[in-house]
Design a protein around this ligand. Structure first.
Ligand code: N1C
Length: 258
């Protein structure tokens, strides 16, 4: 079973749009831009292209392509190096990047940072947000939140270069699933001319099992091989990762991903 790291997918809980969505998103945008020290403030433009993707539309009919303009507007802030992908390991992957700062997830880029943990949707024939109910993927695939993460993930994967890594959940029967966003979108958008190597990290609860040798992960390895991308896999326990990322370990990057 799943013993760690799976935050509840906020997009699937039947909540409405997050209160004060605009204030939260614009505030995060300004904070992020201040951190990376960019003088060019595009947060208002970023907000309006974001809103334009789904406002006034049936919340079951918002597609990945509806966010194209938004992604283009934010484009310059996508980081390309030291990319970390994950699937069913959201919590531990983000704890790792926060503690070590040596790899970046989508949430460490402006696009992901702004929308992390939020819910949003509009309504057909109204320019208002729906604050009472937003559909999740169980209700309909083409909902504003799911389509957002798919489109953002596609862009993030296309931009990845050099040595990249992915943290998979080795406690699951299918650590690599072709129906996950990682398996269905990100891997397919890896650019083999700029990615040199994929480090597969299989996160396990005890050293006993070895999911790197499982059919599921071997399937990922062979998909990558067909794209002419080299990969290596390492089974690593949750406590090993936690030890590696403790503040006193200066080699924490190499310790988990090498
Ligand atoms: O479907 P998944 O995992 O394989 O998606 C994870 C994969 C990562 O590598 C990220 O780059 O895709 C990206 N990504 C996010 O960054 C993200 N933040 C929040 C995908 N989804 C993201 N979410 C929400 O989690 C979103 O609502 C989506 O449906 C889930 C997917 O989580 P998963 O199944 O563990």
């Amino acid at each position: 079973g799943l013993v760690f790291g799976l935050k509840k997918n906020k997009g699937t809980t039947n909540k409405g749009t997050t209160r004060n969505l605009k204030e939260i998103v614009v505030e995060r945008c300004l904070m992020f831009i201040k951190e990376v020290d960019t003088s060019d403030n595009k947060c208002d433009q970023i907000w309006s292209t974001f809103k334009h993707a789904f406002i006034g539309k049936n919340p079951c009919n918002v597609k990945m392509g509806d966010y194209d303009q938004f992604i283009d507007t934010v484009h310059q802030y996508i980081s390309r190096n030291k990319t970390l992908f994950w699937s069913k390991t959201q919590q531990i992957a983000h704890d790792f990047t926060k503690a070590t700062k040596c790899f970046m997830t989508l949430e460490d880029t402006l696009v992901g940072y702004m929308m992390d943990g939020l819910t949003w949707c509009g309504q057909n024939s109204s320019m208002e947000f729906d604050y009472t109910y937003c559909p999740g993927y169980k209700e309909c695939e083409n909902n504003p939140v799911s389509s957002f993460w798919k489109r953002a993930s596609m862009n993030f994967a296309e931009s990845a270069q050099g040595r990249v890594a992915v943290m998979l959940n080795g406690s699951m029967s299918q650590p690599f699933s072709t129906s996950s966003i990682f398996g269905s979108i990100e891997v397919n958008h890896f650019n083999s001319s700029i990615i040199s190597h994929v480090n597969i990290i299989s996160v396990i609860s005890s050293t006993y099992s070895g999911p790197c040798n499982s059919m599921s992960i071997r399937n990922l390895t062979s998909i990558l091989k067909n794209k002419r991308i080299n990969s290596t896999c390492k089974d690593i326990t949750v406590s090993e990762i936690q030890n590696c990322t403790s503040k006193h370990n200066p080699q924490s990057c190499d310790c988990v991903i090498n």
